[in-house]
Every structure is written in structure tokens, then in C-alpha cells.
Write a protein that binds this ligand. Structure first.
Ligand SMILES: CC(C)(COP(=O)(O)OP(=O)(O)OC[C@H]1O[C@@H](n2cnc3c(N)ncnc32)[C@H](O)[C@@H]1OP(=O)(O)O)[C@@H](O)C(=O)NCCC(=O)NCCS
Length: 129
């Protein structure tokens, strides 16, 4: 995150997106972690416009935990979410074995996105005994 203005843009995007609408955890709950220098934020941009972002936590027991992932509504389904997750994977797998992401049971769109992610990921691995 480059500055407070960027953090505010990201936090405001959450207010109009599931799951944060249903969970009632929009701006107020996300501005603090977005400004926390111990978390890592990756921002996707088109020119000067922020089109999506991911907030990553590499501390504590779940090192590699995706705390927030959001693509701005008008930019969804262009592959930006997949690009952000790929960036996280590259970053996390340099040091840790797992990437964690929680998806709410009512967040069907995100479930379809993560199903796609998991099926692509498993294609890269082989299981042997
Ligand atoms: C979930 C989210 C991050 C996905 O980002 P995105 O940029 O729209 O996703 P992508 O365009 O990278 O899609 C990646 C794959 O998932 C699939 N996908 C994404 N959204 C989908 C949907 N609503 N329905 C079906 N498939 C979907 C795409 O078809 C794509 O597969 P493909 O590459 O084979 O075409 C975005 O919808 C979002 O910000 N949602 C609101 C916040 C949220 O739910 N965050 C996640 C909390 S866990």
C-alpha cells in the first residue's frame, strides 16, 4: 500500500461487496489492517486506477493467509483476481508451504472463483506414494 488514499479506496470497495455487506465489516474494520505495515498489500492497477487488491498476512500460525481479496465490481471476470492470487502464491511459496483463503458459505461467486483456483492449482501437482 503506497499511501492512506490508496488504503481508503480499497476499504471503500469492501463496503459495496460481499461478503463484507452481509458480515457488516466494511470500511471501519478494514482500514486498520490495510494501513498496518506488518501486512503485505498487492495492488492491481490500470493506469492510475486501482482495479483490485489483496492483503496478505505472513505472521502467526497461518503464514500465507489471504486476509482480504477484492476486485473492483466493474473489473471482475477479467482475470485480475487470478493474477492477484498468483502474485500471492509466488510470494508465499518462496518461504512457506501453504496459501490460506476463507470463503463464506453464502459467497457463491467467490466459491466459483476459488473452485477454479483450486482445480488449476491441483493440476500443477502430482501425488505419489
Ligand atoms: C472473487 C473475486 C476476487 C474474483 O476476482 P475476478 O477478477 O473477478 O476473478 P477472475 O476474473 O480472475 O476469475 C478467475 C476464474 O474464476 C472464475 N470466476 C470468477 N468469478 C466467477 C463467478 N462469479 N462465477 C463463475 N466463475 C467465476 C472465472 O471464470 C475464471 O476462470 P477462467 O480463468 O477459467 O475464466 C471477485 O469476484 C471479488 O472481488 N468479489 C468480491 C469480494 C470477494 O468475494 N472476495 C473473496 C473473498 S474470499
Amino acid at each position: 500500500m503506497r499511501d492512506k488514499n490508496e488504503a481508503e479506496i480499497c476499504a471503500r470497495a469492501l463496503e459495496t461487496s460481499e461478503p463484507w455487506i452481509t458480515l457488516r465489516r466494511g470500511y471501519k474494520h478494514s482500514i486498520k489492517p490495510l494501513m498496518d505495515p506488518s501486512r503485505e498489500v498487492y495492488v492491481a492497477t490500470q493506469g492510475k486506477e486501482i482495479v483490485g487488491f489483496v492483503l496478505l498476512d505472513v505472521r502467526g500460525p497461518f503464514r500465507g493467509y489471504i486476509h482480504l481479496l477484492c476486485v473492483m465490481p466493474e473489473w471482475r471476470n477479467y482475470g485480475i483476481g487470478a493474477l492477484l492470487v498468483k502474485q500471492v502464491e509466488q510470494r508465499v511459496f518462496r518461504e512457506y508451504p501453504n496459501v490460506f483463503l476463507c470463503v463464506s458459505s453464502f459467497n457463491r461467486a467467490a466459491q466459483r472463483f476459488t473452485n477454479e483456483w483450486v482445480s488449476n492449482a491441483s493440476a500443477r501437482f502430482q501425488i505419489t506414494s
